[in-house]
Design a protein around this ligand. Structure first.
Ligand SMILES: CC(C)(COP(=O)(O)OP(=O)(O)OC[C@H]1O[C@@H](n2cnc3c(N)ncnc32)[C@H](O)[C@@H]1OP(=O)(O)O)[C@@H](O)C(=O)NCCC(=O)NCCS
Length: 181
């Protein structure tokens, strides 16, 4: 998928070195808002395995992970995931994202996550994309508002991060074009 400034590619093992480098340079930036990482997370073997797993999960319709690269170079700018794809009577997934700190505030997360919402609706034919964010994570709240996500609730002790349970704001976006079949 391409947007004005980004090329989004589903995870493949050839992206593992760039993904590791992204997590290494953004370690402090991400750790406040993401799950605690085990020490092996910061080694190439972990990301080779994860990329392999993601390739097979995408084939099986379980989840899809995208790496968003700058169109005018090779820089890895953002990561966007569609987790927990559910069918049956739900047709929904959970979106997660992060963006490189060095490029922050330039609309990259919004551009990348917006493209993945489009993919969820137009390609995967999902009816709903949902997520949650920490009440103090104003940047993430802005990204979601810009993308048209609506607040649905407030969950107490919802996310285990930084060694404790954190409250979260629950949001979703509905696909008004969804049709059965
Ligand atoms: C949240 C995150 C994805 C935003 O990435 P980004 O590329 O900077 O996002 P965008 O530029 O598209 O939008 C950021 C918005 O936050 C605003 N912003 C930037 N710094 C801010 C701050 N300190 N406080 C409040 N808003 C801020 C920007 O102005 C922009 O809003 P605007 O376009 O309405 O002015 C990125 O900071 C990140 O990776 N954070 C850590 C991981 C994370 O929180 N993931 C989401 C978990 S729910």
């Amino acid at each position: 998928m391409t947007t004005d400034r980004l090329r989004l590619k589903p995870y493949s093992v050839r992206h593992a070195p760039a993904i590791l480098d992204y997590y290494l340079r953004n370690r402090a930036h991400l750790e406040r808002w993401e799950p605690e990482r085990p020490p092996e997370f910061y080694a190439l073997a972990y990301h080779l395995r994860e990329c392999e797993r993601a390739e097979s999960a995408a084939r099986n319709g379980e989840y899809v992970r995208f790496a968003a690269f700058a169109r005018d170079g090779d820089a890895l700018i953002a990561l966007v995931n569609l987790w927990n794809i559910r069918r049956g009577v739900i047709h929904a997934a959970i979106i997660g994202y992060s963006a490189d700190e060095a490029h922050g505030g330039n609309g990259y997360a919004t551009e990348a996550a917006g493209a993945v919402v489009g993919y969820a609706f137009d390609v995967l034919k999902l009816h709903r994309v949902e997520t949650s964010y920490h009440p103090l994570n104003e940047r993430s709240g802005r990204v979601l508002r810009k993308l048209g996500f609506a607040v649905e609730g407030y969950a107490r002790d919802y996310l285990y991060m930084n060694g404790r349970w954190n409250d979260a704001i629950l949001v979703s976006r509905i696909n008004p074009q969804w049709r059965p079949g």
